[in-house]
Design a protein around this ligand. Structure first.
Ligand code: NAD
Length: 426
């Protein structure tokens, strides 16, 4: 038998058809596999081939809608792209509990991004800092020459911050260029500016520059939202007490805080993906911010109002754009933004923060009452039935029987299917 090898060169030079053909020789694909690979949906193959390298197909995920969101007195239908059952329903549910008390109040989010410039091999750090400070206006001018459109619209480089860090390779100066990127996520914008000002920085302070790149820890672009969730709708005093206990658990224990924040990101990442934004940027920023105090902590806070309702707050960096990147290229992202009807990147981040908070409350409510598995069961059992090879028209029946018998397992799905096929009345 021919040895399987993955060191294939020139794959990128092939057309999508040729890549699929070669792949099918390499991993023995059948006709069904090839049909899945050839289903591009609303994308033109040529369009998708331009997005990343070595494209062989397109990958689909469900787009769901979360309802009941009132944010700053405006109603929103929120598009979410996610594969996990219960998340969309949970968000809608928690939003209803907040709606009773006026909905969510999100702050304006200033779209300020940081671009980092790493200056090494400086002879005199103090002198370099002084020279850079004196040259601030010149550096901002060079940066702003790079993006006339952004400038014309009122954005652009606004300020610099200089930080001294101690590394295993000695002291370094890190210059932060602060840029108002308006309605963009902004990574490309600020990277271009950082590269443009770097030669001048070397000229000014004599060091050697290595990295010039956006920071995903967007601490100048924090999204904040708060809401009051109805005590009775949450399930009463005992459930609310359970939520407060869950919050204290997350505050004290990073193992719990990680999962607490994962629940928040269920919502935020689903919106990020739906709107064609960069999920990795949002994830890394959120988790870094969660540990900015030196201890990984929850991104939300909870307390009670005088009537015993739950007041929730969230603070998270959200570099979400409504222009640039994939937002206007991806047909479904464009449509998602239309459904959402946001007018600015700031408004999108305000929605993201409210959604993250709602998601968190919904998960904590479930954990503090019936447990998380109940909500998952229906879809989970359908997935298990599918996995067991149950035909589409019997999935509902098999799934219901597994839930009734509290045995949601592939072997049990097969057992039920066998009984149905034998004509047993289930
Ligand atoms: P972009 O460069 O595609 O578009 C932004 C440009 O749009 C601006 O430069 C501006 O000239 C123009 N523009 C027109 N109207 C505007 C308005 N109202 N507001 C703002 N800009 C306006 O996009 P981007 O947001 O700079 O970059 C986002 C992309 O960068 C994403 O795809 C992301 O994945 C990628 N990226 C991310 C990282 C990272 O996060 N570390 C690094 C590199 C690249």
């Amino acid at each position: 038998m021919k040895e399987f090898r993955s060191d294939i060169s020139g794959f990128y030079k092939l057309s999508i058809d040729e890549r699929q053909k070669l792949l099918s020789e390499l991993v023995d694909l059948n006709q069904d596999d090839l049909e899945i690979l050839s289903t591009f949906g609303y994308f033109q193959p040529a369009q998708i081939d331009n997005l990343i390298e070595n494209v062989v197909g397109s990958y689909q995920l469900p787009l769901g809608l979360a309802f009941n969101f009132k944010i700053n007195d405006k109603d929103f239908i929120i598009p979410m792209v996610i594969e996990e059952p219960s998340v969309v329903a949970a968000a809608s549910n928690a939003a209803k509990m907040a709606r009773k008390h006026g909905g969510f109040h999100s702050d304006e989010v200033k779209p300020i991004m940081i671009s980092q410039i790493q200056i090494t091999q400086l002879k005199d750090i103090e002198v370099a800092i002084e020279s850079l400070k004196k040259s601030k206006e010149l550096l901002l001018k060079i940066a702003n020459e790079q993006d006339p459109i952004l400038n014309k619209l009122g954005g652009g480089a606004q300020d610099i911050e200089i930080r001294e860090i101690h590394t295993n390779k000695g002291k370094m100066l890190i210059l932060h260029l602060l840029v108002n990127v308006l309605d963009a996520m902004g990574a490309n914008v600020v990277n271009t500016m950082a590269e443009a000002i770097s030669p001048k920085i070397e000229e000014i302070c004599g060091g050697k520059i290595y990295l010039r790149i956006v920071s995903n820890l967007a601490t100048h672009r924090l999204a904040r939202s708060r809401a009051t969730f109805d005590k009775e709708m949450l399930g009463g005093t005992e459930v609310v007490e359970g939520i407060l206990n869950a919050y204290e658990f997350a505050l004290a224990d990073p193992y719990r805080a990680t999962t607490h924040n994962k629940g928040i990101m269920n919502g935020i990442v689903a919106l990020t993906l739906a709107t064609g934004n960069d999920t990795r940027a949002i994830e890394s920023g959120a988790h870094a911010f969660a540990s900015i105090s030196g201890k990984y902590s929850p991104l939300t806070k909870f307390k009670l109002d005088s009537d015993g309702n739950l007041i929730g707050e969230i603070e998270v960096p959200l570099a979400l754009g409504i222009i640039g990147g994939m937002t206007k290229i991806h047909p479904m992202a464009r449509l998602a933004l239309k459904i959402l009807n946001v007018k600015s990147a700031s408004e999108l981040s305000q929605v993201g923060a409210a959604l993250g908070l709602a998601q968190n409350v919904a998960a904590l409510r479930a954990l503090a009452s019936e447990g998380i598995q109940k909500g998952h069961m229906s879809l989970h059992s359908r997935n298990i039935a599918k996995l067991a090879g149950v035909p589409d028209d019997l999935i509902e029946k098999v799934s219901k029987n597994m839930i009734k018998d509290k045995k949601i397992r592939v072997d049990y799905a097969k057992e039920i299917l066998k009984k149905i096929n034998e004509g047993k009345n289930l």
